[in-house]
Design a protein around this ligand. Structure first.
Ligand SMILES: [Zn+2]
Length: 238
């Protein structure tokens, strides 16, 4: 086999490996992104619940203040009872105290309602936090695996890129140019074998005369159907 043919075979093999490595990296990065998105989504939900809880806590504080004020009012009103002189005064104080007591009851109801809402929110928040912890437990270890694999591939790619540059430099310029172009246009497969009269790239049967000439020449040719570079393996009885 001509040296140039072997060079191209080696180059194509190496390129296939490089492309597979890059695709694998893309897939791993996408997986990592999905892991992050999932936990960010739960973190957002927790933040939302936290702000709702904070709001209710604030409301509770305000209600409690009003409650203290009303309780104080009742005490002060009722403290005036021993000093009253007339029935009219007495009734007025009772009325005042009743209004305040009614107000207290309403405030206590409002407080109970907030407590209920708060308990529900806290339960929700706890569930989400557990979900997040579980997710993080699995995704952190998966993320470590992904990072390790990514850096392993990076290391191989550095080696392979160097090796590739060395190989590609030895390929004659015109063929190299066609090869590089086909690599892009034909999805990473620029060079294929013509085996038993068939192009292994597009699976078309090559014209017999064309294939016979290839067997004789043992050099690089071009598939008339898919334009890929073709080679034949020598002495295999094809
Ligand atoms: Zn073809």
């Amino acid at each position: 086999m001509k040296e140039e043919v072997q060079l191209l075979i080696d180059l194509q093999e190496l390129d296939q490996h490089i492309i597979t490595g890059r695709k694998r990296q893309d897939k791993l990065r996408a997986e990592q992104k999905t892991l992050t998105i999932k936990s960010v989504k739960i973190e957002d939900m927790i933040a939302q619940l936290d702000s709702e809880i904070a709001l209710i806590e604030q409301e509770r504080g305000e209600i409690n203040q009003s409650l203290l004020k009303e309780q104080d009012n009742v005490e002060k009103t009722e403290a005036r009872l021993p000093e009253i002189k007339t029935q009219k005064e007495y009734l007025a104080i009772l009325k005042e105290s009743d209004v305040a007591k009614k107000q207290i009851k309403d405030l206590q109801d409002a407080l109970a309602q907030r407590d209920e809402a708060m308990a529900a929110l806290q339960e929700d928040c706890q569930e989400k936090q557990q979900e997040l912890d579980t997710l993080k437990g699995t995704s952190d270890s998966r993320s470590d695996e992904i990072n390790q694999e990514l850096s392993d591939i990076d290391a191989s790619l550095v080696d392979e890129d160097t090796k590739r540059a060395g190989l590609a430099d030895k390929v004659p310029a015109d063929i190299r140019k066609r090869y590089e172009l086909l690599l892009i246009r034909r999805n990473g497969v620029a060079l294929v074998e013509a085996r038993k009269g068939t192009c292994m790239g597009c699976n078309m049967h090559l014209p017999p005369q064309f294939f016979n000439a290839m067997l004789k020449k043992q050099s690089i040719d071009t598939c008339p159907y898919c334009n890929r570079l073709l080679y034949v393996m020598p002495y295999t009885g094809q």
